[in-house]
Design a protein around this ligand. Sequence first.
Ligand SMILES: [Cu+2]
Length: 105
Amino acid sequence: MTAETETAQSTGSCCSPTGSCHDGAADVRIEGTDAVTAVYEVKGMTCGHCEGAVSEEISALAGVTSVAAVAATGLVTVTSKAPLTEDAVRAAVDEAGYELLGPAA
Ligand SMILES: [Cu+2]
């Protein structure tokens, strides 16, 4: 009989010894990179599902770090590591089933 079985099992942590993998509140910043934020106007969003669909497609674009779509205003705020072309955003919005009206003033 041994009494040391408990400590031997604690090596399965996926990340740090503290066990904190993804802290939801963490503000992730990419150092040395200027984030670009652009606001676009999208036609046709009516609910949270629409917001999610548009966000998902735009999030898939290269360099995009965050997307915030608001159906009530029709505005989509996109943060990326480099400026996006309007064509790329338009294609993503189109893919989601909505229409990009253009950059919001
Ligand atoms: Cu909807």
